[in-house]
Write a protein that binds this ligand. Structure first.
Ligand code: DON
Length: 325
């Protein structure tokens, strides 16, 4: 994309001595925010959950958290938004840390090539979802975490609070209730998997845990910090291990191949990073060993990913050269 300030930014970035690392990140974030400002079509907020449809599509925020916890941001980067499917990364990390390889008996690791809430593939594949990031797979992960802890949503919230250092991150009861009212597809997925023997938690309890999990509100700053363990090869902020190095690699790999549903190929092509989106308009992305990104803009494309969010991440990796490729 052409932008008048792009050549000035390129000259700043190509002259390492002119700016500190902090200055470089800040210059890139400010430049991206300017580009997003000029974006004509930012997509539309999700409307299948009425509370999400009410959010102003002009919001834009972006944060970068270095692996040591230093964090930079621009725009609405401190404003909480509905995290939705981004929480699937955190429940997966918890379930994998507790259950290990047994988790993969009930959920696969392949891209689905289908919309996140699709029912079709699940019947063909005997109630075993393709991966942990489509809704069916996330329900299996939450089921296992619920069986192991009796409070899957609470554990996800606790992990987000601890790793971000923000104890005010919380559930939004109105969003959880709205999800339940409009959750027919998730109920269908869960009942079908239960009929195949792939769930242990009673379906109503599982759905409740999943809807509470999706309702968590957090900011770009919170999420960039909270996902830091994926940039630190599994290590939490206190230095303890949430995941093994190998498990952190595995989650990053699945985010790259499955984190943005049937747009994962396009996301990898444009952004070149492990990422996970949510229909609230947030996306987290990981530069292993370096930093974690979170961007939020509520307007979505037809596959449920934030239009300005994907653009911003595309521009970040293009301008900085920080990608896994
Ligand atoms: O399961 C649902 O319908 C939502 N609460 C979460 C969906 C979501 O964020 C999928 N993402 N892009």
């Amino acid at each position: 994309m052409f932008h008048p300030a792009a050549s000035a930014l390129a000259s700043i970035l190509s002259t390492p001595t002119r700016l500190t690392r902090a200055g470089r990140f800040e210059a890139v974030l400010n430049h991206i925010a300017e580009e997003v400002e000029g974006l004509a079509d930012r997509g539309r907020p999700a409307d299948y959950i009425p509370l999400l449809a009410e959010v102003d599509p002009r919001h834009f925020g972006m944060a970068v958290a270095e692996a040591d916890g230093t964090v930079y941001g621009v725009g609405d980067w401190k404003r909480p938004f509905s995290t939705q499917s981004i929480t699937k990364v955190f429940t997966l990390a918890l379930a994998l840390s507790l259950e290990g390889e047994h988790l993969w008996r009930g959920v696969g690791r392949e891209p689905s090539g289908n919309p996140f809430n699709s029912l079709v593939q699940l019947e063909h594949e005997n109630g075993v979802p393709r991966n942990p990031f489509i809704n069916a797979g996330a329900l299996v992960v939450t089921d296992r975490l619920q069986a192991l802890t009796a409070d899957a949503a609470g554990r996800a919230l606790e992990l987000l609070r601890t790793e971000s250092g923000n104890p005010t991150i919380d559930f939004v009861p109105e969003v959880a209730a709205c999800e339940a009212t409009h959750g027919g597809r998730n109920a269908a997925l869960a009942h079908f998997m239960a009929s195949c023997g792939n769930l242990t938690t009673p379906v109503p309890d599982l759905l409740a845990a999943y809807f509470w999990q999706c309702s968590i509100a957090a900011s770009c700053k919170d999420l960039a910090l909270a996902a830091g363990f994926l940039a630190r090869h599994g290590t939490r902020t206190d230095g303890s291990a949430l995941l093994t190095k190998s498990q952190a690699k595995q989650i990053n790999a699945m985010m790259l191949t499955c984190g943005t549903y049937d747009a994962a190929g396009e996301f990898a092509y444009r952004v070149g990073l492990p990422g996970k989106s949510g229909v609230g308009g947030g996306i987290i992305a990981i530069v292993p060993g370096v930093c974690t990104l979170c961007v939020w803009s509520p307007g979505l494309d037809r596959r449920g990913n934030s239009v300005a969010g994907v653009l911003a991440l595309d521009r970040f990796t293009t301008l900085t050269g920080l990608s896994v490729f």
